[in-house]
Design a protein around this ligand. Structure first.
Ligand code: ARG
Ligand code: ZN
Length: 876
């Protein structure tokens, strides 16, 4: 069944209030929902009410406290329909359901994890708890009463403010919560059990004191300290940057170990995958710390962008996600290095979103139809959605954007709105027409901009010809030209910036060139010598750019661009042709030779102490094998790509051996471990130097010494990765893997790393290792983090292992997907998206992949989640 945006209409009944009572029991939890409705003025006076359900059984139904005659209603697992309701007077339905949290392996609705009751309701999990108008445009204030065994569940939590609690018969107690802010059901949360807590407070800008609590497993409290610090910084930042203040007396976060996603922004009671809460130097890498900071901020920022102002329907998901990702990116940029953060964002966008946008699963940021909404929590909605928000900020400028955001908060607080409402705020605040710009929400596919320049010395002018092309995507064969803001600057041969005296042919304001036509020619006047052009600085637009620049020009930008992101871009543009050629040469059995300007420029950047270490580490991290595959575009042989890239790494390593040895010795941190960005940058550069040294030396000795000497997880896991990925069969590697396992056997999050590192070992033999790891007593099929670590890493991040020539990797995945789907469809569907680029493989592998997909498609009893992904992947 396909849901269409065009079919949207408001409900016939308005929900006034919600009163829920839970009698918790591991296998038989009784839920009583008292819902007060009235018919919407103008609605059909005879219309029945139809409430959503999912695998529910009704065990009681009252209308205004009187038992309803079965002739008045129909209850199925999927819906409850009640007829002959009052024409306009309010009425109350009291609905009783009994659910089994222990048996809930889908991890949607109310489930149990590690002895804790917890909920996940976005997008449509609330209907697994009780019959309800389970859609985001139905907002109400919720009262929640929780009754449970006191010993097993000293903690009884829900959204809003605590009303009170007391005993409730022998061995039991209850607690009541009230959330005064009207909210949709997807923001409901309940947590009960026995957990440890750390507490703090935050005083808001108007002087209100908010209690902050983070709940984790007993004994793990110290590991929540960094998350608490990140939370307080997020609260402060949202006040300063966006003028947003928190609005309840208490803000709680609960960390659980079985969770389908990263975290969830339930009002006042965020529930987190514990991977994004727990950290200390022994168990967390610098990347883990950065993720925790970003996700804590993301969920907190949802309080305004998502909760106070929510989505009218799920087609509008990017209204809250794109905007909130933009906000968390800005937060991390302010807390860390802006250029380095931007590089990381763009790397992620290109490696995850570009393949999605260029493959069978491509969809607009604001889709118009779906079969399963869970499959639209994508990098397109999140990351491209954030880029679209960033472009609005670029178009309007800092002040204009702020005015638009203020208007949005002002105008729509308490409402469930659409992308059109959002864009209108920026139009009204700036007086700018954003009609053409809005195509970014509606047209899928990554635009390709082709540029070419010519310099006219006599006229002292430089002419730039631009052309845009948006590729066809499923359901969208042809596209309109878009409004593409290109940040652009010109540099002279000496590296200094050249300011044109005037520009015609295109709007050029504040160093941003506005490409709006399918083709456009801009002429820059007053240019005294041939300029080197830097286009799409800071990745001002999420596009592919084809612009033929000589290695010498790119080297100049790599050294002199004032925007450090653009320097990184120039280094990447220098690297790519070499990597592409290396892949082709490796495939034909030819020797791989790397061009000299690139190596020299890269090593000069590595040695440049004026550059931040974190930046240098990013510069030295070459495009990945899947980046290379994407750039090659088709007929891809993962083994050749891998071999070519390894050969280039070796040449860089040999040429820069002394520089890398110097960096390895110099980039040390002193004193106690600190996760701050600067220290993390030192570790990143030092570890990158170690990687190159291992390429130069071709022996595991140095990595093994680093492994033995490491005193934090960043260094330890990096050394282990070098050992496993580069020297998988060495004695050093077996020893290191065994010692790592023994040391961390009790720590699930670290053991995930142990599985993931092994799943990423290049080459055809890894599949056998993975099969063996599945029989390891530490492997836990029911845990999503563990599955993502082993099966997810293999399928998403190991092109040569997963893509081995005989197709066994794809067949293995098919088997896993069918198995996971029986328990957890959302997880199965997510991991299956690793097949999205199958058509760009060389013919023999592509055929193996297709047959594996068909094996999945033919299976009986597939979930809607997996069916939707497999059919689109095969068709598109
Ligand atoms: N809203 C959550 C977040 O981005 C994610 C929820 C994901 N839900 C899902 N059904 N996949 O913070
Ligand atoms: Zn979010």
């Amino acid at each position: 069944q396909v849901i269409h945006l065009a079919d949207y209409r408001p409900t016939d009944f308005v929900l006034e209030r919600v009163d829920l009572t839970f009698e918790l029991d591991p296998t038989e939890t009784k839920v009583e929902a008292r819902l007060i409705f009235h018919r919407r003025p103008g609605a059909d006076p005879a219309a029945p009410i139809v409430l959503d359900g999912d695998e529910l059984t009704l065990s009681g139904l009252l209308l205004d406290q009187v038992e309803l005659d079965p002739s008045r209603y129909d209850a199925t697992p999927e819906s409850l329909t009640v007829r002959d309701l009052p024409e306009s007077a309010p009425f109350e339905l009291t609905i009783t359901t009994v659910i089994n949290p222990e048996a809930n392996t889908k991890l949607m609705g109310l489930y149990r994890t590690g002895g804790i009751y917890c909920t996940q309701c976005e997008a449509e999990g609330f209907r697994r708890i009780t019959y309800f108008p389970d859609r985001p445009d139905v907002l109400a204030a919720f009262t929640v009463n929780i009754i449970a065994d006191k010993d097993a569940n000293p903690l009884l939590l829900s959204n809003g403010n605590f009303l009170g609690g007391a005993g409730y018969g022998p061995g039991k107690h209850f607690a009541a919560w009230f959330d005064p802010h009207p909210k949709p059901s997807y923001l409901f949360a309940l947590v009960a059990g026995d957990l440890g807590v750390i507490e703090d407070t935050f005083t808001t800008m108007s002087g209100r004191e908010v209690v902050l609590k983070i709940y984790v497993e007993h004994g793990k409290e110290p590991r929540a300290a960094y998350a608490m610090d990140a939370l307080k910084r997020s609260m402060k930042w949202d006040e300063v940057r966006f003028g947003r203040e928190y609005d309840l007396d208490i803000f709680m976060i609960v960390a659980v170990s079985d969770f389908n996603m990263g975290a969830m922004e339930n009002k006042g009671l965020n529930v987190f995958n514990d991977k994004y809460v727990l950290a200390d130097p022994e168990i967390a890498t610098d990347a883990d710390y950065a993720n925790i900071e970003a996700i804590i901020a993301h969920e907190y920022f949802h309080n305004w962008t998502g909760n106070r102002i929510t989505c009218r329907d799920w087609f509008q998901l990017c209204l809250k996600e794109g905007l909130t990702v933009y906000r968390d990116h800005e937060f991390s940029s302010d807390q860390r290095s802006r250029a380095v953060k931007r590089i990381a964002e763009v790397r992620h966008l290109k490696s995850e979103q570009f393949p999605e946008d260029g493959g069978p699963l491509a969809h607009p940021v604001r889709p118009t139809k779906y079969r399963e909404i869970n499959n639209f929590y994508t990098t397109t909605v999140y990351e491209k959605g954030s880029e679209v928000t960033r472009m609005i900020a670029t178009l309007l400028g800092k002040d204009g954007f702020k005015k638009g955001m203020d208007l949005y908060f002002d105008r729509h607080d308490g409402q469930a709105v659409t992308i059109e409402d959002f864009v209108k705020c920026f139009e009204d605040a700036s007086g700018r027409d954003l009609t053409q710009f809005s195509l970014w929400y509606h047209q899928a596919g990554t635009p390709l901009v082709t540029a070419s320049g010519s310099y006219d010395a006599a006229a002292a002018s430089f002419t730039l010809s631009l052309e845009q092309m948006i590729p066809a995507t499923p359901g969208q064969p042809s596209k309109e030209p878009m409004h593409i803001p290109l940040s652009l600057a010109l540099f002279g041969e000496n590296g200094g910036k050249i300011e044109p005296t005037s520009v015609d042919g295109a709007e050029y304001i504040g160093e941003v060139l506005h490409l709006t036509g399918r083709t456009q020619t801009a002429t820059f006047h007053g240019i005294a010598s041939r300029p080197v052009v830097s286009i799409n600085r800071g990745f001002s637009a999420p596009i592919n750019l084809h612009f033929d620049q000589s290695p010498a020009d790119l080297a100049l930008l790599a050294r002199h661009e004032t925007n450090h992101f653009a320097r990184w871009q120039a280094l990447t543009d220098l690297a790519l042709p070499n990597l592409l050629k290396a892949a082709r040469d490796a495939r034909e059995g030819k020797p791989v030779v790397c061009e000299a300007t690139f190596i020299e420029t890269l090593i000069a950047a590595a040695a440049d102490d004026a550059l931040e270490p974190a930046f240098r580490a990013q510069a030295l991290a070459l495009p990945s094998e899947s980046d290379i595959a994407r750039e090659l575009g088709g007929n891809n042989d993962p083994d050749a790509i891998h071999a070519g890239r390894q050969a280039i790494l070796k040449q860089i390593a040999d040429a820069g051996k002394d520089v890398f040895a110097g960096l390895y010795a110099a980039m040390t941190t002193s004193g106690d471990f600190s996760p701050d960005a600067k220290s993390a940058g030192l570790r990143a550069l030092r570890n990158t130097a170690l990687t190159y040294l291992s390429h130069a030396e071709q022996t595991p000795a140095r990595a093994k010494a680093a492994f033995d000497a490491a005193n934090n997880m960043t260094d330890l896991s990096h050394a282990l990765t070098i050992l496993a990925h580069r020297f998988p069969d060495s004695a050093e590697t077996s020893e290191a893997l065994a010692s790592f396992r023994d040391r961390f056997a009790e720590n699930a999050l670290v053991i995930d790393k142990w599985f993931a590192i092994q799943a990423g070992i290049p080459g055809a033999k890894t599949l056998e290792r993975i099969r063996a790891l599945m029989d390891n007593p530490l492997f836990k099929r029911s845990n999503p983090n563990r599955m993502r670590a082993l099966v997810g890493t293999f399928a998403f991040a190991n092109p040569t292992g997963f893509g081995r020539a005989d197709g066994d990797g794809y067949r293995f995945l098919a088997g896993q997907i069918l198995d996971i789907d029986e328990r957890n469809p959302q997880l199965a569907a997510r991991i299956l998206t690793s097949m999205r680029s199958w058509r760009s493989l060389e013919p023999a592998r592509a055929e193996h992949a297709r047959l594996a997909l068909i094996e999945i498609e033919r299976a009986a009893d597939l979930s809607t989640d997996v069916r939707d992904i497999v059919e689109r992947t095969l068709k598109g």
